[in-house]
Design a protein. Structure first.
Lengths: 182, 221
């Protein structure tokens, strides 16, 4: 079979709206890792993250008709995931971020280096968990997902100065926590 | 947070000192320096920073401090296995996409979900030269409704809508390669898909509707 070329998300969204479920399946394959990763980093629990990712992808499908092409599909999905993670975190138990790398298969370094890396992971994880949700969200979206300030503002329905201000505060708090760990 | 840093102590307390200040003795903004490092631009120093020991020291301290964050952010977090399948399975339930073909044989009844027919048609269409993308849809909702009315007695016990019987209507949306004769490609798709479905499923009455809705150039690969 010929390799599948990279058609744009907009094409797939349009076809999914026409009832082509496999178009939406391609979108899910493309974006499910992002949905899960962001949910995991925001709420810290593997099972919650899986639920959030699943619910967000289904909600996106249910609302495809309302999706305006003003933003990209991924930006829209980031927004749905972030909102659902916020609901989960504020509704449920304390947002204790689990090890972000629990599920990651990575080349295994030596025991001493591994212990050092685990400590670093714990330190970053704890420092992120201690941030208020809006600050954690902007850190995850900008520094972990690589979204620009403008994109983060779009996802959070905020402004670029507000995003920048949250990031300034978040970085200082994170820096202070990381400094305590060093 | 205090004003400017005077003489920063060394080591860990130097960073704490920096993080509690607004500016360095050279008036450089501490937040902007931390932003520069956190955004991976720590080495892109401007003319002032290239000559300023305060900025250089602060950038170096922040680079060491922020390194674990950059490290962790760069590491992949794969989606759990089965996530896509779980999502699509729930969506199929929501759209009641449970049409079946129905064939009665001397050994019993064979039912094949319409989405399987659509997937076979899609994969078959992708084999046709000139086809770059093919998406399959099992049947048009209106036709499905008519088929349901005509085949209520064959209703599958677990199906929400019914069966299509021995006939299938498959819609294909395809994108083709720029320069290929679109009409010829579309005809080839119809012939190829019909032959595939006849051979693999045994359906005799098959309608294949092809919509060519995009033309891709080599750059789109």
């Amino acid at each position: 079979m010929q390799p599948e070329p990279q058609v744009g998300d907009a094409y797939l969204v349009a076809r999914a709206r026409d009832g082509y479920l496999d178009a939406y399946e391609m979108l899910v394959q493309r974006h499910s890792a992002m949905a899960y990763r962001v949910a995991l980093r925001l709420c810290g629990d593997h099972h919650d993250a899986q639920d959030i990712a699943q619910e967000a992808l289904i909600a996106a499908w249910q609302n495809l008709a309302r999706f305006r092409a003003e933003s990209s599909f991924s930006t829209w999905l980031y927004r749905i995931v972030t909102r659902r993670a916020l609901n989960k975190v504020t509704r449920g138990r304390a947002a204790e971020l689990a090890d972000l790398l629990d599920e990651v298969a990575d080349p295994v370094p030596g025991p001493a280096a591994q212990a050092e890396r685990n400590l670093a992971v714990d330190a970053v994880t704890d420092a992120l968990a201690a941030l208020p949700f809006p600050q954690r969200a902007v850190v995850i979206l900008h520094h972990f997902e690589g979204l620009s300030y403008a994109q983060v503002a779009e996802v959070t329905r905020s402004s670029v100065p507000a995003v920048r201000s949250h990031l300034f505060r978040a970085r200082r708090t994170l820096g202070t926590k990381l400094e305590e760990w060093r | 947070m205090t004003g400017s840093v005077s003489e920063p102590p060394s080591g860990g307390s130097a960073v704490r000192h920096l993080l509690n200040a607004v500016t360095l003795p050279c008036d450089a903004d501490v937040d902007e320096l931390l932003e520069q490092v956190a955004d991976g631009r720590g080495a892109d120093r401007d003319a002032h920073q290239r000559d300023c020991v305060h900025c250089q020291a602060a950038l170096a301290e922040f680079a060491a401090l922020w390194a674990p964050v950059i490290d962790i952010a760069a590491r992949p977090v794969p989606a759990p296995r089965g996530l896509t399948a779980a999502v699509m399975s729930q969506i199929r339930v929501l759209v009641r996409d449970v049409w079946y073909t129905l064939q009665t044989t001397d050994l019993g009844v064979i039912r094949i979900a319409a989405r399987i027919v659509a997937a076979l048609a899609r994969d078959s269409a992708r084999m046709v030269p000139g086809v770059r993308v093919a998406l399959g849809r099992s049947t048009h909702s209106k036709l499905a409704e008519l088929a349901e009315q005509g085949s209520l007695k064959h209703r599958h016990p677990h199906a929400a809508v019914g069966v299509l019987g021995r006939t299938a209507v498959v819609d294909l949306a395809v994108a083709v390669t720029y320069g290929d004769p679109v009409r010829d490609v579309a005809r080839d798709i119809q012939r190829h898909v019909i032959a595939t479905l006849r051979e693999s499923i045994g359906l005799q009455t098959i309608t294949v509707n092809v919509t060519v809705d995009d033309i891709l150039t080599g750059d789109d690969q």
